[in-house]
Design a protein around this ligand. Structure first.
Ligand SMILES: [Fe+2]
Length: 359
């Protein structure tokens, strides 16, 4: 029996952008000592000549300062507000390959990093590749607006390497606050949120898989006193289009209200080079304003690096196979480096995603 929460959530995940904008507690400075430790990690791992797929957390040594930083990130993302912004990641005098390696080395300490797209990228490049408007494409390869949404793994990390000259505001919002808004303004739509919707695979599924999620993915679900959100209007609309299904009036109101409540409560961050955030995809929505950029030179374009990772014992799930893995179990998405090396993604069975306790 599905449990529907009828009371607003009042924990740390329920925040409003206006209330925390000037609160320093979600900003963490990476100090000189941590920077030196990150560069020492780079020096230690480089001579090993490992591919990203082969690298393990132990290949990138940590000192006490980095161990504390990792604990802080884990705490804020899993047990706190749901996100943290870090400032001062070392970029100067490093090549993009070295930056990528340091970022990967740090990310491996946080959990199990997984592949993110049809090319099975482990550290994905987020920049304008000239992708045009939908239908059925993902937004991170274009300059168009990316509405507030969640990504497919437990946690998303984004590191700004280079920003567009005119800026491109990053937005974050609490999905818990959106839920509370539904309870207040549209309680009649709450059961529909729990029933959920199919998500399109945006043609990133394998030949033997369905082009949409197998089951509807609940927009909100509740277990163990924890509310979890899965929402991306673009992917859900993709499934409607693929099914040639027209949205009902109630569905239209639901999606419009979700977007409106998320926007109204958003936090806008002007992400600068060397800043990065990690955010829980169950409690924090992320997006980006549309932006302008004159250059077509990939050496000058806005450039961010992204990781997706699953954290051990992340939270309770009402239905783990659907809520946690129902989105990240298709094509080349959701695989660890070791699984990719073992060519698991080329087999039509034995997906890691449905094996309990592997995260
Ligand atoms: Fe995203």
């Amino acid at each position: 029996m599905r449990k529907i929460l009828r009371e607003p959530v009042r924990d740390a995940t329920a925040w409003r952008g206006d209330d925390i904008r000037d609160d320093p507690s979600w900003r963490v400075a990476i100090g000189e000592r941590e920077r030196e430790a990150l560069l020492a990690g780079l020096k230690a791992v480089q001579p090993k000549g490992l591919w990203f797929h082969q690298m393990e957390a132990a290949d990138f040594p940590l000192d006490d300062s980095l161990r504390a930083l990792v604990a802080r990130i884990r705490h804020d993302v899993r047990d706190g507000r749901g996100f943290v912004l870090l400032d001062g990641f070392p970029l100067r005098n490093l090549s993009i390959d070295e930056i990528r390696l340091v970022y990967w080395g740090l990310s491996l300490q946080l959990g199990t990093c997984v592949s993110q797209d049809g090319r099975a990228a482990l550290v994905a490049d987020v920049w304008d590749r000239g992708q045009k408007t939908p239908p059925l494409t993902r937004a991170y390869g274009s300059k168009r607006e990316s509405k507030l949404h969640v990504d497919l793994a437990d946690v998303v990390g984004l590191l700004c390497v280079r920003q567009a000259k005119g800026g491109a505001p990053t937005t974050l919002a609490s999905s818990t606050t959106v839920y509370n808004a539904f309870l207040e303004k549209h309680p009649e739509l709450v059961p529909m949120l729990y029933e959920g919707f199919h998500w399109d695979r945006f043609s990133e599924h394998a030949a033997w898989e369905k082009p949409m999620s197998v089951a509807p993915i609940p927009v909100f679900s509740y277990a163990g006193c924890q509310l979890s959100c899965r929402y991306n209007r673009s992917w859900i609309s993709g499934a409607f289009a693929r099914m040639e299904k027209t949205m009902s009036n109630a569905e239209q109101v639901l999606f419009d209200f979700f977007d409106q409540a998320a926007e109204e409560n958003r936090l806008e961050i002007d992400l600068r080079p060397g800043q990065m955030y990690f955010a829980s995809n169950y409690t924090v929505l992320h997006g980006r304003a549309a932006y302008e950029e004159e250059t077509e030179d990939f050496g000058e374009k806005r450039h961010l690096l992204r990781v997706w990772l699953n954290m051990p014992a992340f939270r309770a799930f009402a239905d783990e196979a659907t809520v946690r893995y129902g989105l990240s179990s298709h094509g080349n998405i959701g695989w660890t480096g070791a699984e990719l090396l073992a060519r698991k993604h080329l087999e039509p069975s034995h997906r890691r995603s449905f094996v309990a306790g592997t995260a």
